[in-house]
Design a protein around this ligand. Sequence first.
Ligand SMILES: *Cc1c(COP(=O)(O)O)cnc(C)c1O
Length: 423
Amino acid sequence: MRRARVLMPGGVSSPVRAFAAVGGEPPVFTAGHGCRLIDADGREYIDHVLAYGPLILGHGHPAVRSALAARLPLGTAYGGPTILEVELAERVVAAVRSIEMVRFVNSGTEATMSALRLARAATGRDRVVKCAGGYHGHADLLLVEAGSGVATLGIPGSPGVPEAAVRDTLVVPYNDAAAVEELLAAEGDRVAAVIVEPVAGNMGCVPPRPGYLEALRELTARHGALLVFDEVMTGFRVAYGGAQELYGVTPDLTCLGKVIGGGLLVGAYGGPVALMERVAPSGPVYQAGTLSGNPLAMAAGCATLDELRDGAAYARLEALGGRLAAGLAAAAEERGLPCAVNRVGSMLTPFLGVVEVGDYAGARAADPALFRTVHAAWLAGGVFWPPSQYEAGFLSIAHGDAEVDRTVEVFATALAGDGSRGR
Ligand SMILES: *Cc1c(COP(=O)(O)O)cnc(C)c1O
């Protein structure tokens, strides 16, 4: 890290990795196997970060490894169409009910940025509505009251984002349909899209309240705005067909990333043919990418989805997630500590010191000192949890009951020995 910090800002390639919110040195990783990471000192960690979501099969799953091994001798980029794009597109279209046609990009940021460009073009409107604490990547127009690293660093947005770039970005609280109703009543004819994480994951995990997503669907349709589900985290994570399958609400456009790349660099956005055919070269909405549809990334994505398709993986992830959430909640209760354990399937967050979290304001009420204590204990006890209260923890099919129980045990010990109250 000493070498890294003089060469790269914070010594990292993405801010949360620097451990600013929890302090101390981040481990420097050399390998990942199954549900474990290994650092440069040879220490092993049970991994609940899982690359911030992509590694639903764990590290180095045999199916992903052999798909990549088979592709490696055949070259790494072609600058032209390949059958592998078709194969991943077929899987995505079959799985995600809102998607009839898809465009592959290289990150979640590109997916949301491009989907909103398309939404603005299709509606002829400029305004975009997002939720406080919602994170949709780091494109200028979406860096307003953002979650993830922006929330972790406690900054409102970012210098370098011109006022003009965010003038048309409107912010509402998550899980508050009345706020959207009011906003659209006033501004509805100028709003191109409402973009939302159907299960918020970047303020920590916050599930939608019953009826919330349905209300967004109805309100956007009523006002001629598009509903964009940012399923970069939830797609193929909370269910094979994403949150839209789990909750039975179909958006106009869907953004994907993380799991669909199987640990390589893939994002995607998709929707009905009539909308997607507005994208170049079929239509005038420009969007391109030198390495988009990369054969290695497509192959890793296909291999990952094929392991998930039969649904057994989700049953297993649900059982593991339930065990972990119940264990954390019981440990907190035993010590008389309020702790809202929010969970959808294999993504979850214990919000320490609060009884309920339904939005970003609620997430921010959690106790940061206690989170630091628990995080440090986890790290010392061989458990790698995201170094921020505003990130979801994950499970993979490579985790087992023993690892989950170890994570709970260290959590319980940290609370028992907690010297952080009032610090
Ligand atoms: C991770 C994430 C993004 C950004 O994806 P990158 O690949 O980091 O650009 C966007 N939206 C959501 C919901 C995410 O979780």
